[in-house]
Design a protein around this ligand. Sequence first.
Ligand code: NAP
Ligand code: 8YV
Length: 318
Amino acid sequence: MSRIAVLVPGKMHDRVLAQLKDRFEVISVQRKETLDLDAETAKRIRGVAVSGAFPAAWFEQLPNIEIVASFGVGYDGIDARLAGSKGIIVTNTPDVLNDEVADTAIALLLNTVRELPKAENWLRAGNWKPGAAYPLTRFSLKGRHVGLYGLGRIGLEIARRLEPFKVKISYHTRSRHADAPYDYHSTLKGLAEAVDTLIAIVPKTPQTHKTVDAEVLSALGPDGIVINIGRGWTVDEDALTAALTAGTIGAAGLDVFYDEPHVPAGLLAAPNTVLVPHVGSASIPTRNAMADLVARNLIAWFEQGEPVTPVAETPARK
Ligand code: NAP
Ligand code: 8YV
């Protein structure tokens, strides 16, 4: 009996490929706007495993796909509504990365507040000599009021990790979380006015575009600190660069950027930034868990008729 054909456009974690190859015919192609596939092969493809964007044109090219299994919890690169309207399931990798991303957010916050990367560079440059000490940091986490922009799976883990630091915690989301023991703000501006430290962990949607703007930054104030570990899309990078340079806010720690892997020169040059290359979930154990979930979604769909983690916009079964 012929095996089900699963397409893998572009790079994919080895562990996904190994599990899929055990059960399916895996067709790997280069990632392109129009995929290099003849019509017959394209028609045979019933599932896709993808990391990153799935351009809308691929839906046209692949008339018989039933499921797109995406590597990552954010699936902003896939038009999930369009998939849903065609009866195609989209799956993502929620929860298995919550702890890693939340840990990274805390590390980024501490590094930004206490300048540890800068202090290490100072030591490595041979500056630590008798009588010389790295300057005292301007900021401390002690006594801060942290505002979470987003209190979903990851945001909640960040909040829980913040509790032992004895900081005050507030949040803004569209809907109030009745069981969360933190102050709720119905607007991002209101949250920014109340807090001095903002952590953004919201998805890339039309509503979150450049919402951390000049007004929000100015509301945080000159001692304000911004951490973004959601999507670069959410922060107006020009406004952030201007605010850091003018001292309208105090410091920023960024894991994500508007046009990755491009990091604007202004942010590189700005004082008081800690910039890391989208490493929120980037440990071997966590990426393995994400890979296993991508494979499990495809296997569960084709063997049991039900994916493990379908996204809200698409059906959970046929
Ligand atoms: P989630 O569970 O869906 O949580 C999303 C949160 O954002 C919810 O609290 C949601 O609350 C809030 N939100 C959504 N739209 C909003 C809006 N317009 N205004 C205010 N709040 C809004 O997602 P998650 O698993 O925590 O992941 C969040 C995002 O983090 C992902 O989508 C991804 O983009 C990013 N991420 C980054 C990394 C990294 O490596 N840096 C790793 C994993 C994930 P309401 O619905 O009530 O508004
Ligand atoms: C990954 C992420 O870097 O899950 C997400 O939404 O942003 C990160 O975990 C990415 O998905 C892997 O390419």
